[in-house]
Design a protein around this ligand. Sequence first.
Ligand SMILES: [Zn+2]
Length: 233
Amino acid sequence: MSQSFSSNRGTSSNNSTLKRFWKKIWSILVPHKIQHFVWRACRDALPTKNNLLRRKVIQEKLCESCKEAPKTVGHVLWSCLKAKEVWECSKLVISWNERVNQSFQDLMWNLLLNEDVGDDQVAQAVTIAWALWHNRNELRYGGEGKSGQHLTRWVADYLIEFRVAVAQNTPGVPVPRQVASWSPNKKAVGVGVVIRNDKGRLEVALCKKIAAPMGATEVEAKAKNACSSQLNF
Ligand SMILES: [Zn+2]
């Protein structure tokens, strides 16, 4: 039977499972700021309306989007109508549908420990949660509410660019529009290929690490080869 975060909290026999849970949070293949966001969300440390009310910063706790439920972390990131729209667009195969009233900790617990979910899907799920949270904040300060389709497409592009950056040994740094990057001081080089359409939307992103040191011209040729085979030129 699957266990939950709440049922494991505070029981010494399950300390190792809890440690495994937190370790997994910090190992998700996303930028550190998103890992930190997930950690805060799991500890219920995000400044949701519910938490601000508890600290007497505000007087009203209902979600301003649906006006139906207290704005808790779980509500903002999962059960609010706006969040549901985004999750549906993501097409992630995660059995969260029956878990409407679960806390965010329990959702993450299931995702990381109880379900057969791949690393890429976990990265996608937490980045969607992060994007949802930030879009909510933008809305509160008069910004634009993004559609589910817009947010999920943005998340997909963001993660591709992050992976290309990681492959180039420069984690978290956006990949510039270039054919290849080359570092003469390393025994391996990371090759990143990013192709965008005329509107700037990412069409293809590839990344590859090449073990032997080689010159810039050879690296560029390798990158073009990788690109051609991907596009069947
Ligand atoms: Zn709501």
